[in-house]
Every structure is written in C-alpha cells, then in structure tokens.
Design a protein around this ligand. Sequence first.
Ligand code: NAD
Length: 351
Amino acid sequence: MPRIAVIPGDGIGLEVIREAVRVLEVVEARFAPGCELVHWDLGADRYLRDGITITDEEFASLADEHDAILLGALGDPRVPGNQHARDILLGLRFKLDLYVNYRPAVLFDPELSPLRDPGDIRLDVFRENTEGVYVNLGGTFKAGTRSEIAIQEDLNTWAGVERICRAAFEHAVTRGRSRVTLVDKANAMPAAGKLWRRVFGEVAGEFPSIETDAMYVDAMAMDLVRRPNRYEVIVTGNLFGDILSDLAAELVGGLGTAASANLHPGRHALFEPVHGSAPDIAGQGLANPMGAIASVVLMLEYLGHDDAARAVDDALHAAVDSGVRTADMGGSADTEEVGTWIAARISDASA
Ligand SMILES: NC(=O)c1ccc[n+]([C@@H]2O[C@H](COP(=O)([O-])OP(=O)(O)OC[C@H]3O[C@@H](n4cnc5c(N)ncnc54)[C@H](O)[C@@H]3O)[C@@H](O)[C@H]2O)c1
C-alpha cells in the first residue's frame, strides 16, 4: 500500500495541491491503488510559528516511511532569504540523493505554444539534480569591494554522470523513444565536457537500439525554438537542465502546466509542479492546478498504476480541449473549477 507524503508548502502550493488531492481521491475510488495520503505541515507558516524548518526525524520519516512525496511549492515573502525553502527542498534533494530531475514537456494543443508552427512536441528532459554548479562549491574574496572575486565551481563526477545518462537511456527504452541527445558546453568547458561525452558514449553502447547525438547548450536553446519536435530525450547537467526545461515548459503552454519528478530510482521519489509559490496570485483562485495534477500522473506511473495515470492524463487533455483553463492559459476557470472538472471527468469515465 503506497504511502504518500503530501506537502502543500506555501502560497499557491496549497491551492494546487488541494486539487491534486481531489484527483487522487477519485483515482482511489475508481482504481483503488490503495494510496495512503499523509498530510505534512512543512512550510513558511510552520517556520514562522515554531522556528523550525524541518527536523532530522522528519527527513528520516520522509525517507524511510513513505513511498513518494507530493510537494506544492516553497517560498514566502515573509521569510527573507527563504531559509525554510532551502532547508526543505534542497535538503530533500540532497539527503534523499534525488539525482534525476525528469521534466516532460508535451504540447496538448498547438494554440498553447508561443511558436507559430510548433509541430508535435514531446520532449523529456533528464537533468542531473545533485551536482554541477548547484553544489555551491567556491567562495568570495574581497567581498563587497571593487576587487571582489567570486568562484563558483562546476562539480561533475563519473558516477554522477553515469547514473543520469543511464536513467535517460532506460527511460527511452521503456517509453519507446528512439533518440537521446546529450547537451553540454564541451567546447568552452572541456574538462566537464570530456567526462560527459565519454561516459555518455559508454552508457550508449549498452543501448544499441537508441540513436544518440550531442549538442552544445547554446545551439540547443536556438534549436528548441526553431524545431522542438526534433528532440525526444535530452540528458544534461544541473544548470543547463534547469534552463532548458523552463524553455521547454514555455514552448508547450507555460509554467502552470509543467510537472516534474525528482527521483532516486528504486529508492525515493518526489513529485512537484515546476512553478513556485507565486505570491503575486496566491489566495485568488488564479493558480493553474494542471502542473500539480500532471505531477500526480508521473507519481502514479512511478508507483506502477499505469491505468490510473492514463485516466488522469486523458482528463487533463480533455480539460484543455474543452476550454476548462485558468487565466494563464487564456481561460476563465478558477483553480477549483479546473480541479473539480478533471476529477469529475475521471469519475464519469468509469460510469
Ligand atoms: N520548487 C519550488 O518550490 C519553487 C520553484 C520556483 C520558485 N519557488 C519560490 O516561489 C516564490 C516565487 O517565485 P517566482 O515568482 O520566481 O516563480 P513562480 O513560479 O512562483 O511565479 C512566476 C510567475 O508565474 C506565475 N505562475 C506560477 N505558477 C503559476 C500557476 N500554477 N498558475 C498561474 N500562474 C502561475 C506567477 O504568478 C508569476 O507571475 C519564490 O519564493 C521562489 O523562491 C519555489
């Protein structure tokens, strides 16, 4: 019986996770996957109330006593520096060693793309999630002066590159994708580039049915706008993956619809919409819950409930097709109306 920790977090995280939970409840009624939802009070309110971000015991419980985590978003203007968000989000990412950041970008409707002729976009980005420039190695010398020196190191390990490449190739095989593209900046950053290219080639050798190619990140940014439907699976480092997956999300309908999975395959999994807590629209019913509901699709797939995942995905598509959209997608529905419509669609499909 899968145990799922539900962490709404801050701002619109609470609103979109309410709709994701509504969807999980109808999934339970129709498919009976037996998911137990455990609600967690982690976020700015708790930090401001108790002065605690997250304890070691809570990390241990999330790691050992749950099969998956469903997170809304963290970040609150009342907490300068967002210490709580860093502790919880980066804490989970690093302590659970969630090295895969998987972000699919699928175009539901050509109208949603800012591109004139987007074609059929179905792009899966595999971003390395625990290394690169985000490990915060380095420092500042003569800080605050005109002689200030800032060093931010880019850390890449053979093991780290190998496991993210393997995850991308395994995904391509299981999802019937035909090509994996490595994205790097091997011309200007040759030390990291040589490692990535060598290891990518070694791993590719184990998957002879999958075609491969490699692109520099600047060329890829250009090409994603020019002909995004050329790409299927992209594997890349932390920084480039962060940027390219936002670009990919925007090509298919924007931040409000984008879902992500943070995985240590076989061990830990955290699912979250890509967007943040959006304090500018929080509490107004304007938040698009589709990214959170699409994250539920990824979670159900991960837990092995493919029928339930397909039903939620079909209902999401149907909502877009029927014009049940929030303002960011050009519609007039509020957060709850979108969630309720999708939940009803899932229930009705079983009738
Ligand atoms: N994973 C996370 O928890 C996460 C990710 C990004 C940002 N943050 C935090 O969120 C806070 C706000 O950050 P930001 O403004 O840079 O990014 P954001 O994603 O919260 O918002 C960016 C813009 O997109 C809009 N938007 C975002 N999600 C939307 C949705 N579901 N429906 C409709 N519109 C949506 C917002 O209104 C805003 O105009 C900050 O504290 C930041 O640190 C958290």
